[in-house]
Unconditional design. Structure first.
Length: 502
């Protein structure tokens, strides 16, 4: 590991040299925690580290029985200072440390920075030194992550993809007509620990986690729709503070994407309609809470691609920030992605030399979906024109082979094939309380009433779960393979599709 020059601080806050602690830090009984800790946006040579200084590191022992109790609880932040220590060994021998940074109210007491100069395909260990002042600190728990493999690596890799983390329904129940037998509120240890799927995912030891959106629901429960900045922030505090989530984040690096529910409200666009939160507040809150952008970047974007190794590259486009109004008539000038992002998507796809190209989206490109929807690429009156033009461009440029789509947003797990040949895998919702029966081709209430889409798989009963993606290299006379495994929240394999490189 390079020393003395591999860490580059990217500015989330001022250094602690100017820090003047407020009077309460003089109280020796003041408690302060680094909670939670997470790593985001891992590349071959960099990552974004993040933590928050808080007054507690615990959620209520038995969860929440009412919407009022859920919405009244928050994890208060605490002013202080912290630095990250990182090493390529668990004993932190020959480690490096960042400068001290301040946790301040204007940044929700969050500290983050991007480190550069890391070695590819290397396991790193991180711990936080934190306290009210630089002279009164302690060490937080150890977290870990691995950098991505070199671009020419043919080693196997795997990762998990999820969507729709509804904490309100998890504690309060999801509605029998939608979630069926899974509608009941969480019980027993789950109420204390959180989503059972996270434990299943952690045990699979994925290289990373892609969360496609709806990480929090600003507009649920209905009794407590979040509109102000403190209310928006508290949604994130509760979600990331659940024990299984906190432990998972310390073990698995994450790429967080944004969809409607952690943007503004259900199916939201960018129209300034007086409904809070505004698009500006929504974007700023996501950038604040998620380890997604270099803190020193004055004009960050949230669309990106990562080449994981020789055989795999993933794309994670932004589906909310640049979209036209949902009610604008569909046509060649209506877009979810916007001109600049669409051009980036095309150029980066043309430049890719990876065997498999995996396009991970917050909302579907194939479906079918509910006919009543109007906000996505499969919706009537929505953005079908952009989808069709994109599929045409992919085929024209011979990019339709070894190209697959994973989508979030829809609350059922499925595998479908568009008439043009493009295949899509739906993650479903992570928790059963947020699941529902899905739409099938030929359903008159779907976006495919004529049954033109093929559907090799759709879950039989509503359940929570995720997609587990595995990539195997070419060896022993076999070509490279990519596998899409649909798994429920209890760890059962529901469907497995293995695709060979063409």
């Amino acid at each position: 590991m390079q020393r003395r020059n591999f860490i580059k601080l990217s500015g989330a806050g001022v250094t602690a040299l100017s820090f003047k602690p407020s009077w309460e830090f003089l109280d020796s009984k003041t408690k302060i925690y680094s909670f939670p800790q997470m790593t985001g946006e891992v590349t071959q040579t960099s990552a974004i580290l993040q933590t928050r200084l808080t007054a507690t590191n615990k959620m209520p022992e038995n969860g929440f029985d009412t919407a009022e109790a859920l919405l009244a609880f928050d994890i208060a932040g605490v002013e202080g200072t912290a630095k990250f220590e990182i090493a390529d060994n668990p004993k932190f021998k020959n480690s490096e440390v960042s400068p001290w940074l301040l946790a301040t109210p204007d940044r929700d007491f969050i500290i983050k920075y991007r480190i550069n100069g890391l070695k590819a395909d290397t396991q790193y260990y991180v711990r936080v030194h934190y306290g009210p002042t630089t002279s009164r600190t302690k060490k937080g728990p150890v977290s870990q992550f691995s950098t991505l493999q070199p671009l020419d690596s043919e080693k196997p890799t795997s990762f998990v993809v999820t969507s729709c983390l509804n904490l309100g329904k998890f504690f309060l129940g999801g509605g029998l007509q939608r979630a069926g037998s899974k509608s009941r509120a969480a019980e027993g240890e789950d109420r204390k620990l959180g989503y059972p799927a996270l434990e299943v995912m952690k045990n699979l030891k994925p290289a990373f986690w892609v969360q496609t959106g709806d990480t929090v629901y600003y507009d649920y429960p209905n009794k407590g729709i979040a509109k102000t900045l403190p209310e928006l922030r508290s949604k994130w505090h509760r979600q990331m503070g659940m024990p299984r989530m906190e432990r998972f984040l310390r073990q698995v690096p994450v790429y967080l994407m944004k969809d409607d529910h952690e943007y503004r409200y259900n199916d939201s666009d960018n129209v300034e309609n007086g409904i809070a939160p505004s698009p500006q507040t929504a974007r700023a809150t996501f950038l604040e809470q998620a380890p997604i952008a270099d803190p020193a970047d004055e004009n960050p974007v949230t669309f990106r691609t990562r080449q994981v190794n020789k055989h795999l590259q993933i794309w994670m486009p932004e589906g909310r920030d640049y979209r036209d109004a949902n009610d604008k008539p569909d046509g060649p000038h209506k877009s979810i992605w916007g001109k600049e992002q669409l051009e980036w998507i095309k150029q980066s796809l043309l430049a890719s030399e990876a065997t498999f190209k995996l396009f991970i989206v917050a909302s579907p490109l194939v479906g079918p979906d509910d006919a009543s929807k109007h906000d996505n690429h499969v919706s009537y009156g929505g953005f079908q024109n952009e989808r069709d033009a994109f599929f045409y461009w992919l085929k024209k440029n011979n990019l339709d082979k070894n190209f697959y789509i994973i989508t979030g947003d829809r609350h059922w797990q499925y595998h479908t094939i568009h008439p043009a040949g493009f295949e899509e895998f739906g993650t479903g919702s992570i928790n059963g309380q947020n699941s529902r029966p899905g739409r099938k081709p030929g359903d008159p209430n779907s976006t495919d009433p004529l049954g033109l889409i093929k559907q090799p798989y759709i879950q039989e009963e509503p359940t929570g779960g995720f997609i587990f993606v595995k990539v195997a290299p070419s060896e022993n006379g076999k070509v490279a393979q990519i596998a899409f495994e649909t798994i429920d929240e209890e760890g059962n394999t529901l469907n497995l599709e293995v695709k060979e490189a063409k």
